[in-house]
Each structure stands twice: as structure tokens, then as C-alpha cells.
Design a protein around this ligand. Structure first.
Ligand code: MSP
Length: 526
């Protein structure tokens, strides 16, 4: 495991309010960042907003305000939402900030000077919402954008180009690395759809609108929004600034694992062009581009134009952060598309948090109160097969969880913890502590069972800490734990003699019909 980790979300377009899709991506990165910090890895977590481009300019015109006023309001809303959701980002970069603009202009000048960029003219099919030019083959007979499916227009303009073929090798090299693009299907998609047919040089400037970063050498051009946006990952770290210590620590360094998490809709820019820009700047490559799937509703991909966007707030307000975070990481396999449905949401919370986890906590703690006056019995060597089995399952779960989490298999890692909790619930039935309690000669056996169960709860709570951010402190407190660090999961005697604190119900059972009504009333598209 590397000493440091740099994890980024895409920077979101402030062209509308943040929805559950943005929340999903930010939350997954937050879970990962919290996990890494738990493991003692020095972690820097970045998110932000991508504020230039024609779409923003048009939205602002429609609203009768300046583009800057328009983005200020929405970027502020994004930041407030992340605060409400207790997202632990270390910085929030906005592409209209001076610190970013300066870097973009300097990089552009450097590219020009090195002949990585040249002035030419472009004729092609342009998709306004995606701000992308496409070739005849890409738009097909129907002349629609291959990314979003909307109609494209013929357009021509004098424009600067980035020499892609000069840097194709770096992309091919990256693609040879096992984990660079994940899931693998995304890599194949990039290869077959974009690289094999041959890459055209990329247009990196526009003259048809003004809301962007000007090219110093030729101010009638603004810099293409994707070149501008991708550079956020290094401008935020102080690249090319007088204090570039963060950049030295979290980028220009082999000790850091650099991970970009992006939605499937923007993998092309991150897996092909971003590596080329970095190479042209003589900078190291990221370690991983993790492509997550998209959240859909029954009407397909969430989008403002379809009117099916889900706001996270009605869910958070009623069910709390833990429930929404848990649902997202467990129900939507990280790396695959997923559909939000109200019944699955409620059922998932009831099955996993209420029945499996919450119930185990209640049962076990009340038995420790009843049979041992609230003192957790000391760890003793397990002799019975079922006791040894649960004890080893705890150890295996920790190991597997770490491997899966490090590999960004967040859903699988959390499922493993749920499996441990289910096994602990079953173990209660097998061990029948209520029968052992009646027989004085079985006291030691009962102590082992209770210690085993308390350890299952403790370890699971620690493993779920990056996800269940509100309840973990409560459970540690129930268990009489004051100070805790991840490595305590390896200490079998950690809970010895702990005095339990008063407990309360962790998660209230949700009534399916009442909650379906609530969700349908507050989220129209479900
Ligand atoms: N501004 C660009 C990204 C530049 S990164 C250098 C952009 N912004 S976006 O707001 O349209 O989308 C950014 C990301 O938000 C997506 O890549 C994805 O991670 C997330 N999502 C947006 N809609 C989503 C869903 N419906 N479902 C899941 N994630 C979604 O593209």
C-alpha cells in the first residue's frame, strides 16, 4: 500500500442543482477517502465545479444574470450540499478561480511553444450540450451525438489543435497496465470506439462563445472546456504556483496512489486525453481511472431534460446519511449502472441495517447486560468448532475487506461485512446463549460466545466506519470504547472487560407502504 493517496471526483457542471448522481460519485469517493485515512494513509480528496463553456453561458443568459453570478450561486449550493452530507473533501476547486485560470493559460502557452498545439481550422459536427465536435462516422446517418444521443449541427471554426498522435504511445502503455482503466469493459470500449478507428487531433479552443479562459497569445479564442477542466486535478494542488508543496506531495511523487473516479459518460476524456496532456507536461500518469456506472430511474439516465433527476435531500432528511450512503454503496455495484427504486431502497435498509446489523447489536448488548452485568467477557481461546469458525471468519473478513477496498471494490467489501454480521446472527441461534446461561457449568462457553459476538460487532463497525458515519461512534460508545484506531481490530483482547454504556435502537424499521408513499410524494420520477 502506498503511503499517500490522492482521490478526485469529476468537477461537476454547475448548470443545474446537484442530484443523486453527483451525490453518488462524491459519496463513493468520500467512503474511499475515509477508508484510506482509517488505514493511516495520508489522503487528499478533491472535488469542485467545472464552470466554463457554452452551456453555462446560455443558462446565464436565460436567467438574465452574468455567467459568473450564475456559477457562483450553484457552486455555493454544491459546497453547502457536501457540507450537509459531511463529505470530507480537502479542497473544492472552481475553474473560475484565479489559481486555476493561471495554470490553464500557462499550460496552453507551454503546449504552443513546444508545438504540441497548432492553429488550424475545423469543420465537423458539433454537439452543444456536450461541447464536443464529432466526425461524420461518429454521428452516423442520423447525425446524433454518440455521447448523449442529441442532434448535432455542422460547424466550422478557426481553432487550435492538440497533436494527439504524438502522445498515443502513453495511452497504449497505460492501457497495458491491469488496473489503469477499471472496469476492463470500459478499456475495451475506448480501444474499439476511439483508438482503433484512429484519433484525430483534438480541438482545444473555441471562438464561437466567450465564457471561458482566453488564450493569452490570441484572445479571441477561449480554451476548450475539457482541457481547462482536466487541469483542475493539478491546479488545485498548486502546480506551477509559488507554493507547490501539495503538488510535490500528492502528484509529483511515486509514493502516492492517484485515483480519478469518473462516470462512464466522461471516461474518454480521462483515459485518452488526460494521459496525453500529462505526458506533454512531462508529468507522471495517474494510477487508476475508475469508471463508475450511472444512476438511472425507470425513465433511464437521470437528466434535467428528461425531468427525472432525484434530489438527495428528501432521502437524507427522512432516512439520514447512513441509510443513503449505505444504500448507494451496497445496492449499486460500484462500476456498474444501477437503477434507483423506492422499494429496493427501503428493503435494503430494513434487511441490512435494521435486521442484520441493528438487530445483532441490540440482541448481543442486551445479553451481555443480562448475563454479565454489562461487562464484556475476556477473550479466551476458542475450543468448539463453531466458535473457532466465527473467530476465523472475523479475521478473514478483515483481510478480504482490505483487499477489496484497496481495489475500489467498495460494494463487494461492504457485502463481506454484511456476511460476517449474518453469520454472527446465525451463530446466536446455534449457540443458544439463553440455554448456556441457565447452566453454571457452561459459563466459560457463554463467555466465549459473548466475546465472539461483541468482537463481530466491533470489527464490523470499524469496517463500516467509512460508510456509516453517524452510527459508528454510537456503537463504539455502546461497547464502552473511547479511543479507537483501525489496528485495534487485530487485537483480540481489545474489548476485554469493557463496561457497556446504555444502548438505544440503532436503526428504526421502515414501514414499506408508508415510506413508498413518502418517496413517491417527494420524488416524482420514482
Ligand atoms: N464537468 C464534467 C466533468 C469534468 S472532470 C474534469 C462533467 N460534469 S457533469 O456534472 O456532467 O458530470 C460529472 C459526473 O457526475 C459524472 O461523470 C458522474 O460521475 C456524475 N454523474 C452525473 N450524472 C450521473 C448519474 N445519473 N449517475 C451517476 N453519476 C452521475 O461531465
Amino acid at each position: 500500500m502506498k503511503k499517500r493517496c490522492y482521490i478526485t471526483t469529476p468537477i461537476y457542471y454547475p448548470s443545474g442543482n446537484a442530484h443523486l448522481g453527483h451525490t453518488y460519485c462524491t459519496t463513493m469517493c468520500d467512503i474511499f477517502a475515509r477508508y484510506k485515512r482509517n488505514m493511516g494513509v495520508e489522503t487528499y480528496f478533491l472535488t469542485g465545479t467545472d464552470e466554463h463553456g457554452l452551456k453555462i453561458q446560455k443558462n446565464a443568459e436565460k436567467a438574465g444574470i452574468t455567467p459568473q453570478e450564475y456559477v457562483d450561486k450553484i457552486a455555493n449550493d454544491f459546497q453547502n450540499l457536501w457540507k450537509t452530507l459531511k463529505i470530507t473533501n480537502d479542497d473544492f476547486i472552481r475553474t473560475t478561480q484565479e489559481r486555476h485560470i493561471k495554470v490553464v493559460q500557462e499550460v496552453f502557452s507551454e503546449f504552443l511553444k513546444n508545438d504540441d498545439i497548432y492553429l488550424g481550422s475545423y469543420e465537423g459536427w458539433y454537439c452543444v450540450p456536450c461541447e464536443s465536435f464529432w466526425t461524420e462516422t461518429q454521428v452516423g446517418e442520423n447525425h446524433v451525438c454518440p455521447d448523449c444521443g442529441r442532434p448535432v449541427n455542422k460547424a466550422s471554426e478557426e481553432t487550435y489543435f492538440f497533436r494527439c498522435n504524438k502522445y498515443l504511445d502513453v495511452v497504449l502503455d497505460d492501457f497495458k497496465k491491469d488496473k489503469f482503466v477499471y472496469p476492463i469493459s470500459r478499456k475495451n470500449e475506448m480501444m474499439n470506439n476511439f483508438i482503433k478507428p484512429g484519433l484525430n487531433d483534438l480541438c482545444v479552443s473555441r471562438t464561437s462563445f466567450t465564457w471561458g479562459i482566453n488564450i493569452k497569445e490570441n484572445p479571441k479564442h477561449v480554451i476548450y472546456v475539457w482541457l481547462d477542466a482536466l487541469l483542475n486535478y493539478i491546479s488545485a494542488l498548486g502546480y506551477k504556483s509559488s507554493d507547490d508543496s501539495l503538488f510535490q506531495k500528492f502528484w509529483n511523487n511515486d509514493d502516492v496512489e492517484i485515483i480519478h473516479v469518473v462516470g462512464a459518460d466522461i471516461s474518454r476524456f480521462h483515459t485518452i486525453y488526460w494521459p496525453m496532456f500529462l505526458k506533454a507536461l512531462n508529468l507522471r500518469q495517474p494510477d487508476r481511472i475508475f469508471v463508475h456506472g450511472l444512476l438511472m430511474t425507470k425513465d433511464g439516465k437521470m437528466s434535467k431534460s428528461k425531468g427525472n433527476v432525484i434530489s438527495p435531500m428528501p432521502l437524507i432528511e427522512r432516512y439520514g446519511l447512513d441509510a443513503v450512503r449505505y444504500y448507494m454503496v451496497r445496492e449499486i455495484i460500484f462500476g456498474q449502472d444501477g437503477q434507483f427504486t423506492a422499494d429496493q431502497f427501503i428493503e435494503r435498509i430494513n434487511a441490512d441495517l435494521v435486521n442484520n446489523y441493528g438487530n445483532l447489536v441490540n440482541r448481543v448488548l442486551s445479553m451481555i447486560n443480562k448475563y454479565f452485568k454489562g461487562i464484556i467477557p475476556n477473550y479466551k481461546k476458542r475450543v468448539n468448532e463453531k466458535d473457532i469458525k466465527l473467530d476465523s471468519l472475523i479475521d478473514e473478513t478483515i483481510k478480504e475487506y482490505i483487499t477489496l477496498m484497496d481495489d475500489l471494490k467498495l460494494t463487494e467489501a461492504v457485502s463481506k461485512v454484511m456476511d460476517l454480521l449474518s453469520s454472527a446472527n446465525k451463530y446466536i441461534e446455534e449457540s443458544t446463549p439463553w440455554a448456556l446461561a441457565k447452566d453454571e457449568s457452561k459459563k466459560e462457553e457463554l463467555e466465549i460466545v459473548m466475546n465472539n459476538l461483541a468482537r463481530s460487532i466491533f470489527v464490523s463497525t470499524m469496517l463500516l466506519k467509512p460508510v456509516l458515519i453517524d452510527s459508528n461512534e454510537k456503537v463504539f460508545n455502546f461497547l464502552g470504547i473511547n479511543n479507537v484506531k483501525f489496528s485495534d481490530v487485530y487485537d483480540k483482547e481489545f474489548l476485554n472487560n469493557n463496561k457497556l454504556n446504555p444502548t438505544e435502537i440503532l436503526y428504526q424499521r421502515l414501514d414499506l407502504n408508508t415510506e413508498l408513499e413518502y418517496i413517491k410524494e417527494h420524488i416524482k420520477s420514482v
